[in-house]
Ligand binder design. Sequence first.
Ligand code: S3P
Length: 428
Amino acid sequence: MIQNVQGSRKLRGTVELPPDKSISHRSAMFAAIAEGESRIENYSDAADPQSTLSCLKQLGVQVESSDGYVRIQGVGRNGLQNPEQDLDCGNSGTTMRLLSGILSGAGVKCRLTGDESLSKRTMKRIITPLNSMGAKIEGRDGEYAPLQIERGEGIRGIRYPLPIASAQLKSAVLLAGLFADKETEIIETVPSRDHTERLLRLPVEVSGNTTFIRSNRNHPLPRQNYRIPGDFSAAAFWLVAGSIHPDAEIVLEDMGLNPSRTAALQILQQMGADIEIAVKEDQFDEPMGTVTVRSSGLRAVKLDPSLIPNCIDELPILMVAMCFAEGRSEITGASELRHKETDRLHAMERLLSAAGEKFEMRADGIVIQGQGSHIPENTVYDSEHDHRIAMSAAVMALMADGVSKIEHAECTAISYPGFWSDLDRLTR
Ligand code: S3P
């Protein structure tokens, strides 16, 4: 699908954000291996979290959706069944990596597949530690999906310094650790998002940069109720659009405010963005609040590389913000962007070139000379089927005088199915 985006004179209104994708995946997986019924309020209807639900159903888990809740009948840690067919993870790296941790721990024999993009992303980062814990996982050419999981000899707890700052990797090892004979210890040099630690609650302890998961394979995981906050990574498109647009005020309701996810807020504020935050009472495991963003003049920023894991999904849209900031901005230490749904550094190189921006792409980042100037109309942006690139292009297109086109725009449904209608409402 090609989406036309008209440069807009105003950007005003309230947005009901899509439910958080990372938290949705985890709540469903943890509910599936708990004992008894868990209820999830505001589960995401985006394609990725739906891939997780359909894999869980194939593993013999009863999942029912009604009245804004997903109800999951937990089968217990050892109750997952060998599926009759391949588990299709679609476009979702979180589904494939986290489920691999659980399934190898539970000794489920299965094959995990993915779409063209997911089949090109390396899984070696999880295969290596999981196999060293006693799992039996093999990938195509040693590292790609399809992944074949066989029943191993049982899982051993390990002490694992994370070689990559990745919450998906950390979570895969932690989840396999739930099934281990002794404690598993993970050491992070740069902390990544901590949804797994928060949502699992019981068996996890965090001390400084080390996370311990106790061996408790003989203790059941209790059922829990979850409420999913609005997705911060989706909100980031509006935070940037509202900041750079000359006539904007956007209210973002029930936005997730977990500090291990919200570095982009801090960065935008450092750039001079006008953002007001009203934190709601923290009733469940994840903080949330209402956030209002208004037009402001942005200044350039040099990103602190230790913040990268806490804004990894927001880097493409932060690059758009940098194009409108006064001065020279710089991102370094972001080579992980090359391993996302697309090589996002390469995809942004194409996007920024199409928009006529002044920048220099590096192996692990970018330098952008902010112009804050006129964005050409009649530009065609290729999203390369990557949801975050499509939405970044849309924000860029809002700043043009005329109409721009965004190719393969349907990919926004991976994380934000209502994106185009929210955009339309805010500009009308
Ligand atoms: C995610 C972690 C991040 C992020 C992805 C979701 C998660 O990946 O890019 O969109 O839910 O844990 P990495 O942990 O591999 O960086």
